[in-house]
Design a binder for this molecule. Structure first.
Ligand code: DGL
Length: 275
């Protein structure tokens, strides 16, 4: 019998994590979810290590206070700068039976079956690229692969301000693709290593040579969560399975609801919270 009541927490600095949540809900529709966007303090991408860690820990604690046993950091910047410290130092003290997972490891695990020549391009926030997390994870799993990371400081602000489909976005998208391809013209796979970037997918595809594969993380993270729940029945049994969704934001809830409804393709309502 299912006695679980815990929603699965999904956290991002803003709207980006909705690209992950959408795929998670498609893969695992019957679970309860609570999404938290720290829109008032987004973007995180140019913030220092300490600040991203501090904000992420606040968000994780908040989601725990909402009953979550499992929180997904649907944010590469938070995964790169805060996940390990939270897992190793904070969880054992504040909530040893709770779990926090990120998006980087499951993404890198897929590279071996996607890339033919091992030349990988990574688009991420300046924080994610400077952390070298993708480079290090890839070197561990696929020592013969080469990664070239490009930080794209303008891409998250374009998404957060709903400019992704407007002509102004073309300039910034093309500029970063040109930088990547002149750094390594042999790249056969590009990882969109920021959960905001699928919102720019159409334009990124348009300016990227057809032979290059572009990886969005949503499906990968959803499948990896599915697999995790199968392997961890002690967590799975705690999860509520009534198909409920709650949306929390640190910004204006009406604005969040409008944008989120657009991104998710379904009407939602949101509540403002303070972390
Ligand atoms: N969506 C986040 C990521 O995946 C970060 C965006 C930001 O706040 O800069 O990195």
């Amino acid at each position: 019998m299912n006695r679980g009541t815990a929603p699965i927490g999904v956290f991002d600095s803003g709207y980006g994590g909705l690209t992950i949540l959408k795929e998670i809900m498609r893969e695992l529709p019957h679970y309860d979810y609570v999404y938290l966007g720290d829109n008032a303090r987004a973007p995180y991408g140019s913030r220092s290590f300490d600040i991203v860690y501090e904000f992420t820990l606040q968000a994780v604690k908040y989601l725990f206070s909402q009953g979550c046993r499992l929180v997904i950091l649907a944010c590469n910047t938070a995964s790169a700068k805060a996940l390990r410290t939270i897992q190793q130092h904070d969880l054992p003290v504040i909530a040893p039976d709770h779990r926090v997972l990120g998006v980087i490891r499951p993404t890198v695990e897929q590279l071996g079956s996607i890339s033919k020549n091992g030349r990988i391009g990574i688009f991420g926030t300046p924080g994610t690229i400077l952390s070298r997390s993708y480079e290090m994870e890839t070197a561990k799993l696929f020592p013969n692969f080469t990664t070239t990371g490009i930080g794209c400081p303008m891409w998250v602000p374009l998404v957060e301000n709903n400019e992704s489909d407007r002509p102004g976005a073309d300039y910034f998208v093309k500029q970063e693709i040109d930088r990547l391809l002149s750094a390594d013209p042999e790249i056969d796979t590009i990882v969109l290593a920021c959960t905001h970037y699928p919102h720019l997918y159409k334009k990124i595809r348009q300016y990227t040579p057809e032979n290059i594969k572009i990886i969005c993380q949503g499906e990968i993270v959803a499948e990896s969560l599915h697999d995790y729940l199968v392997r961890h029945p002690e967590i799975e049994q705690e999860c509520g399975k009534n198909g409920t969704r709650r949306f929390l934001t640190t910004e204006n809830p009406e604005k969040f609801a409008d944008m989120a409804s657009l991104f998710l393709g379904e009407k939602i309502t949101a509540t403002r919270v303070e972390l």
